[in-house]
Write a new protein. Structure first.
Length: 215
């Protein structure tokens, strides 16, 4: 099935130990949640636009979990049954803004900062631990990670999040990124692949600053 625009996108920070280490962060004792706005979503093939407010926009290839039915205060077993499928996510991040601001909303929330797709593939819960994500920039592999290496697995994340908020059909959980994140520049093409799910491919361009567009 195709990816519909979700009501909410819940991101998970520092869910791979190697990624936390490469940014000099500790691994959280509980899942570290943040939200990306639905206005950040773009489809496979659409362009990631680098905003003039940031000088360090980075890719983050992730496994996306798509919710299939309403769920609230679920057990881990119930959470597994509420997963409709898996999709590719690129949690594009303005790293310089993330480091300089206590809240991550602006760094994670610019328009075009949440490519999703190219489709949602149903997956049996027993196979969740076998999931793999790869990220390439201009054809060169930059990231490779496995769900089994997550600090908190997909079903555990769904259950944890559901204690705080009702998860609704179409909501997406971006489960965290493995080590290897790096900068994007105009002209790049970034691909996030989950074997068996598909390849999310997006070109990159720069948004002109107001000073260059003013007349």
């Amino acid at each position: 099935m195709s990816v519909a625009r979700p009501g909410k996108i819940i991101g998970i920070g520092r869910n791979y130990r190697d990624h936390a280490a490469e940014l000099g962060n500790t691994v959280p004792a509980k899942p570290l949640l943040f939200l990306k706005p639905a206005s950040a979503v773009i489809a496979d093939g659409a362009t990631i636009v680098l905003p003039p407010e940031s000088r360090q926009v980075e890719f983050e290839g992730e496994i996306g979990v798509v919710i299939g039915r309403p769920i609230r205060r679920a057990t881990e077993e119930q959470a597994s049954g509420a997963i409709a499928g898996i999709t590719c996510v690129n949690d594009v991040t303005a790293r310089d803004l993330q480091r300089s601001e206590e809240q991550w909303t602006r760094a994670k929330g610019f328009d075009t900062f949440c490519p999703l797709g190219p489709r949602v593939v149903p997956l049996e819960p027993v196979r969740l631990a076998e999931l793999e994500v790869r990220c390439r920039v201009n054809g060169s592999e930059r990231q490779r990670g496995y769900a089994r290496d997550m600090v908190f697995g997909p079903a555990a994340l769904v259950a944890f999040i559901s204690q705080a908020m009702t998860l609704e059909p179409g909501d997406v959980i971006a489960t965290g990124t493995p080590a290897g994140v790096g900068p994007l520049v105009a002209g790049d093409v970034v691909e996030v692949e989950i074997p068996g799910v598909g390849v999310l491919r997006n070109p990159v361009s720069a948004e002109p600053s107001s000073s260059t567009t003013a007349r």
